[in-house]
Write a protein that binds this ligand. Sequence first.
Ligand code: TYD
Length: 142
Amino acid sequence: MSQLKCKMIELPKILDRRGNLTFIEACCHIPFNIKRVYYLYDVPGGALRGGHAHRHLQQFVIAASGSFTVRTDNGFEKEDFYLNRSYYGLYVPTMTWREIDNFSSGSVCLVLASEHYDQEDYIRDYHEFKQLAAEGIADGQS
Ligand code: TYD
């Protein structure tokens, strides 16, 4: 069974004396069509967000401002990613347990999502996640 991997993706960056510009087109830069955008902001020091996985949702996480750490686990391997540039993002595939912490003051965590919000898609129990991951219950694997 192939394990799903997170990966950092560098985005186009248009340098300009008036301020830099980065863009994302669903066809070309990230491997899914965007159905939803949400963002975390005004995050107090020491907060931890996430602590769940998704059965079908794919996400692309960007530090639009400031920095934070995305801690990922595909059920087999754990990997931490420190995001601190707005021209990079982290692709998070289906069936990835993720937590976000270490937010800098004033940071903004921008998330592009492949699906609309669906509470049923969440796996909030880590032991259930580990079991489903071991059984290969994910998109294209069930
Ligand atoms: P949740 O995904 O649990 O946040 P986090 O993973 O960052 O801790 O969502 C927190 C609340 O916000 C929860 O009540 C559901 C709601 N929510 C929406 O209504 N729509 C959305 O797109 C998202 C991401 C969350």
